[in-house]
Design a binder for this molecule. Structure first.
Ligand SMILES: *Cc1c(COP(=O)(O)O)cnc(C)c1O
Length: 408
């Protein structure tokens, strides 16, 4: 029997700053969130107190096939038995790069690293090496990682580290054009997420005209178009999230779902940027570990073979329809935004998040793990029965919310 969540928190408070930091700090989510977890299987997780949840966060994105997916675990075990961190990468690096170049039409080459922030930072380095320019256009409020140039909190950073960023408004092409004009010919890159997924705000799908417009703008000013597909990558479309719009980036940053929970990130790019990419000194002690590469290869192959995107969309449609019906029947006005595979629900007139937090706490009590102010993630492991089990919990949570707040 392991320690309880409460006692682990007490011990952590003495040896970890704040007891926990960063995006998995449960203290900032809302009431009722467990901090520590024991295990996961498929679309279920068990917290340190042994409570089971239907997992609607999927490790905050990385888990796309379900926890401990057999095909991924088999590939991991085989590579683990041979070695992980050797004096050079394994053959699997070439196999994975070939698979990604075959799968992603905008990719002629791949560079690997560990985290999404590595990939977004490296993509901007390639763009700067290619153009000899400094400025980067990014959407106001967009999350591109936690390095000093992009962390949402200024603590520990200097203004200089963000001095080359110029912001525009997502889905507002005129504001992107204005940002470009302000840079007076010094734009190295336009970095953009495939849809707007800022915390605390309703999500917003990209307007295809905006996507085509930023592509044309980047071409006109000779800047690289970088898609930050770290969050959405492989959930919307295996070929890249703007491929359905016919918009191909020069560079794409990948990470979260690339290896079903194993630590790897990648930048893919076009032939035109191969030379500049080659000039970078960009590396890390663990960037060439073979185990996560084996996991990534198995993940992409499995997603392709089972049509993982369709499975996630099916689960997402079922969840969205169920939640809409429940909210209406309990008399709540809610908004469900973003792609169904990366869903989120917010309550009408809930600026203080009082309802969102009470509802998500009630969902936890009912065995459903979701989030009051950050988008959720579905996986290919969420069957109809799992979604129905989640909906059973959310329905009971709406009933509790109604008992507390009345309808509205
Ligand atoms: C999570 C995320 C990142 C950063 O990835 P890390 O692995 O946390 O460094 C960058 N961009 C987007 C869109 C993300 O969602």
């Amino acid at each position: 029997m392991s320690d309880s969540d409460a006692s682990l928190r007490e011990r952590a408070a003495k040896v970890v700053p704040g007891g926990m930091y960063g995006h998995l700090n449960a203290a900032i989510f809302g009431p009722g969130y467990p901090q520590f977890f024991l295990r996961g299987e498929g679309c279920r997780q068990w917290d340190a107190d042994g409570r089971e949840y239907v997992d609607l966060m999927c490790g905050w994105g990385p888990i796309i096939l379900g926890h401990r997916h057999p095909a991924v675990e088999r590939a991991v075990a085989a590579q683990q038995a041979a070695g992980d961190c050797l004096n050079g990468p394994g053959p699997v690096m070439v196999e994975l790069a070939e698979l990604m170049v075959d799968t992603i039409p905008s990719a002629d080459w791949v560079m690997f690293s560990k985290n999404g922030t590595d990939a977004t930072t490296q993509a901007l380095m390639v763009a700067r090496a290619a153009t000899g320019r400094a400025k980067v256009l990014m959407a106001h409020g967009a999350y591109h990682g936690a390095d000093p140039w992009c962390t949402p909190s200024p603590a520990g950073t200097t203004p200089n580290e963000r001095a080359d960023l110029i912001e525009f408004a997502y889905n507002d092409l005129a504001s992107a054009e204005a940002a470009a004009a302000q840079a007076e010919g010094d734009v190295a890159a336009i970095i953009v997420t495939p849809f707007k997924h800022d915390s605390f705000e309703d999500q917003e799908l990209a307007d295809p005209e905006f996507a085509r417009g930023v592509r044309a703008l980047a071409d006109r000013i000779g800047a690289a178009l970088v898609i930050d597909d770290v969050r959405a990558g492989f959930r919307l479309d295996l070929r890249g999230s703007w491929e359905p719009f016919g918009v191909r980036p020069d560079l794409t940053a990948w990470s979260k779902a690339l290896a079903n929970g194993y630590a790897i990130a990648a930048v893919t790019g076009t032939d035109a940027l191969r030379g500049p990419a080659q000039t970078l000194y960009s590396t890390g002690s663990f960037w060439f570990s073979a185990v996560p590469m084996a996991a990534a290869k198995a993940t992409i192959e499995t997603l392709r073979d089972i049509d993982g995107v369709s499975l996630m969309r099916r689960a997402g449609d079922r969840l969205r329809a169920g939640l809409d019906a429940q909210a209406a029947s309990h008399g709540f006005t809610v908004r469900q935004t973003g792609p169904v595979q990366i869903p989120w629900l917010s309550f009408e007139a809930d600026e203080t998040l009082e309802k969102a937090m009470a509802w998500s706490a009630a969902c936890l009590e009912e065995g459903v793990y979701l989030h009051p102010w950050h988008n959720w993630f579905l996986s290919a492991a969420h069957t109809d029965a799992d979604v129905d089990r989640a909906l059973q919990g959310t329905d009971a949570a709406f009933a509790k919310l109604r008992a507390r707040f009345g309808a509205g």
